[in-house]
Design a protein around this ligand. Structure first.
Ligand code: G6P
Length: 606
């Protein structure tokens, strides 16, 4: 995890680095720091969010045109000023994202050679090792960095500056992301593309095992064997505004409202009303007939997308599907082979477990398809095929529009594969998908005023979410959203399982959020609602107005309404009021909605 920023040019480095770190805070925010190189290096660090660092900087001029900065999500060593990056040796200073697995061994060697450590981090070995290689082995800065890299095991993206060569920033990447932005007589550095968009749209995305030398008017790219490499400057077309709040109080709220647009963008040129078909040209060359099994693999919210996809793909394609937690997958010796389609789902495209699972699937000869939101992210680049969601940058840590767009793309993938087998149902499902942007907008409009309901429920400390079939995945996602941002304990159960345990918890202090569903699921879930009602639980129901009328639902129930729709897309709609409910509860509680405690947007460590 963690975010890295850097600047070299003619402007004040401190201001630009701080500005870029603000956009990277979603990657971690338990401590921050900056180093600016002038005659010497000034290092300023602070425990807590970036505002704490900014307070410290009010008393520091920190002049200089070369600087690096860091926002941290602690792995080795608790959040503190001492453990915050940058870490410094005599001439060298470093910020790092990732984990150095063999740091203890290197640390002991360095200590035996007289090095002194002042933090508990794995990172501190990097500047001290570079320094050692410069002083003891007589290497220049660049050679010392290369020689140090050769000793590191694990994942890293780091940036280093040295007083011996003050006109350079050296960076290196292995498994953690790093992007260089090219300006006019200036260069920028960041862990993702949106952080650079205020300054430049021209970027170079570093690959694994690459090191770059940034000078204000020159970028040199090398591999870890010191061989110079050609590179491509990519033009990024995302607007900067898309990465900002648009006047809303929180990114999460803005991102919930953006869903109709994000879904429509994800559908564009992939689905045709006239031809009543889906065309995923990104999958050209994929022999979909050969698969006898599909494995969906992901973490967090993206895992819930996989759970729903399994329902769809098994129902319509009749192919056996597994859904795997990426963190478990590679340790379970998964049964997959060249007839398996492995689908990795990841908003960031940088989740370490999902990336590692992808490598495991590749090693076992599966065809690997990534569904990602971030262009050219590690998972997207490592996969055989990629379907991008077009959610645009998602800044709120709790995933909303990324989930809806993942589901839209998975729905299209399901129909794409179905077309190759049978024409049955295709036209009906295509029309259901085409209705999504409008239906999601209706859903948002129906639930815009959930704040009073949130106020009614915000004092409860536990919630139970129930759903059956497709709605079970949505119950899990609804519960996750509530716990992530409002810190209310929320558990989701397949409604039929309630009798096997959770019913013991039910009383007037445990509200139950039931997702009604339709058909056979509706009937059965209604019985579960009766069971919790007779045990005094407060009941909230996600359903249509028609269901409220037809089923004569008890007026004491609080209903979160969705519009009438085809059952294929219904779960995507059921999720919208749950997002808004969680948002309003957290907002009413006065919590930090966009940056909930202990979480990070992209978990780039195992
Ligand atoms: C973190 C985020 C979640 C996200 C999960 C998987 O836990 O806080 O919102 O669902 O990672 O991330 P990915 O980028 O792989 O979808």
């Amino acid at each position: 995890m963690c975010g890295i920023a850097g600047y070299i040019g003619e402007q004040n480095a401190k201001d630009i680095v701080i500005n870029n770190l603000k956009k990277l805070e979603y990657r971690g925010y338990d401590s921050t720091g900056i180093a600016v190189l002038d005659q010497d290096i000034s290092v300023i660090r602070a425990k807590g969010k970036l505002v704490e660092l900014e307070k410290k900087l009010e008393d520091e001029s920190a002049p200089g045109h070369v600087g690096i900065g860091h926002t941290r999500w602690a792995t080795h060593g608790k959040p503190s000023d001492e453990n915050a990056h940058p870490h410094r040796a005599e001439h060298v200073v470093v910020v790092h994202n990732g984990i150095i697995e063999n740091y203890l061994e290197i640390k002991h060697n360095l200590i035996n050679n007289g090095a002194q450590f002042s933090s508990e981090t794995d990172t501190e070995i990097i500047p001290l090792l570079i320094e050692y290689n410069m002083q003891r082995n007589g290497l220049d800065f660049e050679q010392a960095v290369l020689s140090s890299i050769a000793q590191l095991k694990g994942s890293f993206a780091f940036a280093a500056m040295s007083t011996t060569e003050p006109e350079k920033i050296l960076v290196a990447k292995n498994a953690s992301p790093l992007i260089v932005g090219i300006g006019n007589n200036e260069m920028f550095l960041a862990s993702d593309i949106p952080a650079l968009l205020e300054y430049t749209q021209d970027v170079v995305i570093l690959e694994d095992h690459q090191m770059a030398i940034l000078e204000k008017d020159q970028l040199t790219l090398k591999d870890f064997n010191n061989t110079e490499l050609d590179y491509q400057v990519k033009k990024i077309t995302w607007s900067r505004i898309a990465a900002e709040k648009d006047g809303h109080k929180h990114f999460m709220y803005k991102e919930i409202l953006e869903q109709p647009r994000a879904i429509a963008d994800s559908m564009r040129s992939r689905i045709s009303k006239q031809a009543a078909k889906v065309s995923l040209s990104e999958l050209d060359g994929m022999d979909t007939d050969k698969f006898n099994k599909i494995v969906f693999c992901a973490c967090g919210t993206s895992y819930h997308s996989g759970l729903l996809a399994k329902q769809w793909f098994e129902r319509y394609l009749r192919i056996p599907c597994d859904v795997e937690l990426a963190s478990e997958f590679r340790y379970n010796d998964p049964i997959i082979d060249d007839k398996t389609l492995w689908v990795g789902i990841s908003q960031s495209g940088e989740t370490a477990d999902t990336l590692a699972a992808l490598h495991e699937a590749k090693d076992k000869a599966a065809t690997c398809l990534a569904i990602c939101n971030n262009m050219d992210s590690s998972i997207a680049r490592a996969a055989d095929y990629v379907l991008y969601t077009q959610a645009g940058p998602e800044i709120g840590v709790a995933s909303t529009k990324a989930f809806s767009t993942q589901l839209s793309v998975l729905a299209m993938l399901c129909v794409h594969m179905l077309q190759a087998k049978s024409k049955d149902k295709v036209s009906e499902l295509v029309h259901a998908i085409l209705h999504l942007p409008e239906a999601v907008q209706q859903c948002i409009d129906l639930n815009l005023k959930l704040a009073p309901l949130a106020q009614k429920y915000m004092q409860y400390s536990s919630f139970l979410f129930l759903g059956r079939g497709d709605a079970y995945a949505i119950a899990l996602e609804g519960a996750l959203k509530l716990k992530e941002i409002s810190y209310i304990h929320a558990e989701a159960y397949a409604a039929g399982e309630m009798k096997h345990g959770p019913i013991a918890l039910i009383d007037q202090n445990m509200p139950v959020m039931a997702i009604l569903g339709e058909g056979i699921h509706q009937e059965k879930t209604l019985s579960n609602i009766e069971e919790v009602k007779s045990r005094d639980a407060k009941v909230l129901i996600v359903c249509t107005e028609q269901q409220v009328q037809d089923l004569k639902l008890d007026q004491n129930y609080d209903c979160l309404l969705i519009p009438q729709c085809h059952n294929f897309i219904r779960p995507i709609l059921e999720n919208i009021p749950l997002q808004l409910f969680a948002y309003h509860v957290a907002d009413q509680k006065g919590l930090d909605v966009d940056q909930p405690r202990n979480l990070a947007k992209a978990v780039t460590v195992e």
